[in-house]
Design a binder for this molecule. Structure first.
Ligand code: PDD
Length: 287
């Protein structure tokens, strides 16, 4: 049984309870993170914690926990869940807390609700293009809000887009803005490869500042053997790409070989993916 953390206590996940007046429940008023641990070693723990602290500040949720307090809490939760699996993800969620009434305005003197639990994640994929799991995507206009850089628990916009992909038999939905420019996936960042160059959209309010995205960019730049660019990417470029990848804490770098039912490039997992995934894998625990 997974052990959860709720407001200072560790308890079996199935016993965790919050008030229905919690603003996370009523308004999706909160911030969350998902952090992977492989055999007890985290990937991007401090960048995840920093992103959460920034998100909490952006929506004025006051938490007294420092980055080191978060690290201790999450490492402790992982240690308590060692029986659940070798490879674990931690979901951590801070909502504004429960008021005594439902009012849109931020209440004063309400304690944030802090909730975290660990769950089993897949073993990392082998960095071998002949064995990699191949992903399929549909494309659809990004109809979420204009603050996608905040990792809000209000995920209905993302959920609707993910479901569009799921209902069409695809693994994920790729989103584009009104100008026909790529933003991101419903739960992933997107990269393309053209003529050996790796390209991903710039970091702005249209996309989540993905930690995996950051580790991919930093490790490829440090390695230097594959050129990388952060810039506007049009959907025409996406459709003409040799390779498409999606990244997230749970998928790492995942190759997409089918887009709207058509093959990406030659329809096989690309050579640049294999090379980049090896570079990422060698760097990920240092992030
Ligand atoms: N999803 N973009 C969106 C909209 C996301 O929800 C996520 C993560 C990412 C990738 O971010 P990162 O590399 O930091 O995981 C990009 C998480 C895993 C989720 O909601 O389950």
């Amino acid at each position: 049984m997974s052990i959860a953390y709720l407001n200072g206590e560790y308890l079996p996940l199935a016993e965790a309870r919050i008030s229905p007046l919690d603003r996370g429940f009523l308004f999706g008023d909160g911030i969350y993170e998902v952090i992977p641990y492989y055999n007890g070693q985290s990937v991007g723990l401090m960048p995840h914690i920093e992103r959460m602290i920034n998100g909490l500040a952006a929506i004025e949720i006051k938490s007294t926990l420092t980055a080191d307090d978060w690290k201790t809490l999450l490492d402790d939760l992982i240690a308590r869940n060692s029986e659940v699996g070798e490879n674990l993800g931690v979901y951590v969620h801070v909502s504004r807390g429960a008021d005594v009434k439902r009012l849109h305005a931020y209440p004063e003197n309400v304690e944030p609700t802090i909730f975290a639990f660990a769950f089993k994640i897949k073993d990392p994929e082998p960095a071998d293009r002949t064995q990699a799991h191949q992903y399929s995507m549909i494309t659809t206009e990004d109809l979420r809000w204009q603050r996608c850089h905040i990792k809000s628990t209000a995920l209905l916009g993302n959920v609707i887009h993910y479901q569009e992909g799921h209902a069409a038999g695809a693994d994920e939905a790729m989103l584009f803005n009104a100008k026909g420019e790529l933003t991101e996936g419903s739960s992933t960042n997107v990269f393309i490869v053209k003529d050996g160059v790796v390209v991903t959209p710039i970091q702005d309010n249209q996309i989540l500042p993905g930690i995996t995205r950051r580790i991919v960019l930093d490790s490829l730049k440090a390695d230097g053997s594959i050129p990388v660019e952060e810039r506007i990417v049009t959907m025409d470029e996406v459709r003409a790409a040799d390779e498409v990848w999606i990244t997230s804490s749970s998928k790492e770098i995942a190759p997409v070989t089918k887009l709207d039912g058509k093959p990406v490039g030659n329809g096989e997992v690309g050579e640049v993916w294999e090379k980049a995934f090896k570079i990422y894998t060698a760097a990920k625990f240092d992030a």
